[in-house]
Design a protein around this ligand. Sequence first.
Ligand code: GLN
Length: 236
Amino acid sequence: MSTDSQLRLVWVYPDLLSTYGDRGNLLILAHRAGLRGLPVASVEVRSDQALPVDGDIYLLGGGEDGPQSLASQRLLADGGLHRAVDRGAVVFAVCAGYQLLGNSFYAKGTECRGLELLDLTSDRGPSRAVGELAGDIDSRLGLPRLTGFENHGGRTHLGPEVYPLARVTTGIGNDGQTEGAWRGKILGTYSHGPALARNPALADLLLRWATGSMLPPVDDAWPDALRKERLSAVAS
Ligand code: GLN
């Protein structure tokens, strides 16, 4: 965490990367930090602005193909996200934001260069993956089942340098088998919804990575009820 002990949340390019309620991820992180008495500063950085490098958690959302390739070009030119990662920042990326962290992805039929922060590539699938997404998360992360909503045309193939975030039980995720990826303090997922409203334990993992400390438990009756409802909807 930064020296002034405020948790700095950086929402990357909301003008390009913010579909299906992804802004909720920023709100949930700020809310859950606040419940633990952690002071938070949220910064929204448009794609025509320089990315601050002193953030603690960087959030990238989903986007259609055009905005996605523009976002990738601008992030590569800016270089700030790489510098932030080098200083140990946490990155949480959804769908288009997740794909562009990889080595390459397809947008509008063209192969685009990614940021090479995660060892993965994305290409196009036979059909669009739309609907509920659920999976059993990598046990090393100690999280309950992932639940979310996916809507993407791409399929993602993981290289040896990353771990799958989850094994898919409902939906497609990366390729029908695995969903999302993580390495170090960078984590990507196809789960919209927004992901952190539906997976508050995932929000707490990001907060733990950013602060380097355990967090006291909070009353999760409401998000637990939402999770139960969504997970039972896919089980039936
Ligand atoms: N454009 C990407 C795809 O279709 C990402 C879509 C999204 O972010 N929802 O695969």
